[in-house]
Write a protein that binds this ligand. Structure first.
Ligand SMILES: C[S@@+](CC[C@H](N)C(=O)[O-])C[C@H]1O[C@@H](n2cnc3c(N)ncnc32)[C@H](O)[C@@H]1O
Length: 267
């Protein structure tokens, strides 16, 4: 498949109608707060609450189900990009952290590698069973996968511990993207890789960008905090990685969600 000949996104993972309903509740897993993030309270539950207040159970379940069901056509469009991207993981990429892992659509691209250990971080605990099923289907034993309730802004793992960090369609949703990028760099080992695919703002002055600016507040409200106008590619480039291979593509000429950036940053 030629990645650039993709058809319109019919059901963008960030574009469906799901209301942003905050509520209070207890986080389920203990997470170790990052010292580097300056995330504030040392209570791990409070940290997750600060960046991603817990939604009602029914909402989290619904979001997970919708994400699982509606991403099929998107995944088909993006498959060629993912194959190319994940093929750049090396034999040394043993300890892998996946950000906002969701239902685990990326496992099939890397989980069959020998002796890898994957940690998936996501504030929505209802994603866990989908991610586990995707891991097993892709050949990753559950003993080699752990799901942690957490947020990118305060990753529950130590400094310089990860060979690779993976993030697809997650930096559009985090509350504090600068903090999130600092955290990604913090947890990577020197030489470690950050693989990403994200939708970003259309070029300044374009009609699409104007539309995105108008729709952004609505998008955030209906799509679980997703921003349309983030310049994520530029922000990754400015994070201080030793190298950044950044590419841009348009997956859909009709959708207001895009273009997309994808690539690899090395610490
Ligand atoms: C659009 S989905 C993408 C899921 C998956 N990465 C994929 O490619 O299908 C965004 C995911 O990010 C998670 N998320 C939202 N805010 C987050 C945060 N601050 N830190 C980590 N994950 C977050 C959501 O719960 C959701 O699973």
């Amino acid at each position: 498949m030629d990645p650039r000949s993709s058809r319109a996104l019919r059901c963008c993972p960030c574009g469906r109608r799901l209301g942003l309903l905050g509520t209070r509740g207890a986080a389920l897993l203990r997470v170790r707060p990052s010292k580097a993030s300056g995330a504030g309270p040392s209570d791990p539950e409070a940290i997750v609450e600060r960046f991603h207040p817990r939604r009602p159970d029914w909402y989290e379940e619904l979001y997970a189900k919708v994400l699982k069901k509606c991403t099929r056509s998107y995944e088909a469009q993006v498959a060629a990009y993912k194959e190319k991207l994940f093929s750049q993981l090396t034999a040394d990429s043993k300890k892998i952290l996946e950000l906002g892992i969701g239902t685990g659509p990326n496992f099939k691209y890397y989980a069959s590698a020998v002796d890898i250990n994957v940690t998936g971080v996501d504030p929505n605990k209802k994603m866990e069973k989908y991610a586990q099923a995707a891991a097993v289907a892709a050949g990753l034993p559950l003993t080699n996968f752990s799901f942690m309730r957490g947020v990118v802004e305060a990753l529950p793992v130590g400094d310089d511990t990860m060979d690779a960090v993976i993030g697809t369609l997650v930096l559009c949703s985090v509350k504090d993207i600068d903090m999130a990028l600092r955290e990604i760099k913090r947890v990577l080992k020197p030489g470690g890789l950050f693989l990403f695919i994200e939708h970003v703002a259309a070029p300044d002055g374009s009609l699409l960008r104007c539309m995105q600016s108008i729709l952004d507040p609505l998008q955030r409200f209906v799509a679980d905090g997703c921003h349309l106008t983030r310049e994520t590619g530029n922000l990754i480039s400015e994070t201080g990685f030793s190298s950044v291979d950044l590419n841009m593509t348009v997956l859909s000429s009709l959708s207001h969600v895009g273009p997309h950036v994808y690539g690899i940053a090395r610490k």
